[in-house]
Design a protein around this ligand. Sequence first.
Ligand code: ADP
Ligand code: MG
Length: 252
Amino acid sequence: MLYEFKPVVMIQTVIDTHNISKIYNPTTIPVYAINDVHLHIERGEFTALVGPSGSGKTTLLNLIGGLDRPDKGNIFINGEDITQLSANELIRFRLHNIGFVFQSYNLIPVLTAKENAEFIMLLQGKRKKEREQRVMQLFRQIGLEEKWNSRPSQLSGGQQQRVAVARALASKPQFVLADEPTANLDSKSAFNLLDIMALLNREENMTFLFSTHDQRVIERARRVITLVDGKITSDTAPAAVNTSHTVPLQQS
Ligand code: ADP
Ligand code: MG
């Protein structure tokens, strides 16, 4: 008997929030920072979270990243409900599963670029050789091989943020959350950072969810989710977003 061969497309959900809400000041004047949000992110996405200031972007990223807990609903990361974890379990889960990039880089001033990039792997107990190989490979990808012995104060903002991206990816998390990663960067450095994130998204199939205000950054996303007053008001299909223009990788 002949069977027809059908290629199977593996779709793997990495982030799945079930009707989550975060309410500040519940007993006085309640603020629904996140209001009944249902969000589904598949592995390999390159997705922007947009919306006016105060719309809940940081709150949502902090909930998904396990830095904060929802008042209602459940958050599944790779199938595991992180709302059920104890405080210690959550710390451990974050360390091994989630990469973070913050607006203000958050590098440790006394460590070199290389030591900063290795830092999460060090906390995970990875051996020196593995750490160095991984970080060296990432520094080639982010174009900073020459700078790996420099301290953060000797690097430009764009370079520091690239090190922060390398640090987030070095430990091979399930996904990377970036809260307004380009907010402190000039246009050239912002584009450069996005190019590097897009490259790592392609080459490592790394899932990125990043919040931004910047229209030029939004144009690089493959999916754009808009939040207003803690609710998702639009969610474009990946193909609907223009990704046709890219600029060559630049050093800054
Ligand atoms: P965004 O990142 O989109 O600017 P935020 O997630 O920071 O939005 O804030 C969403 C809403 O929640 C805002 O109305 C903000 O004032 C409120 N909020 C955020 N954090 C707190 C907090 N710790 N206490 C009280 N209200 C907060
Ligand atoms: Mg914010």
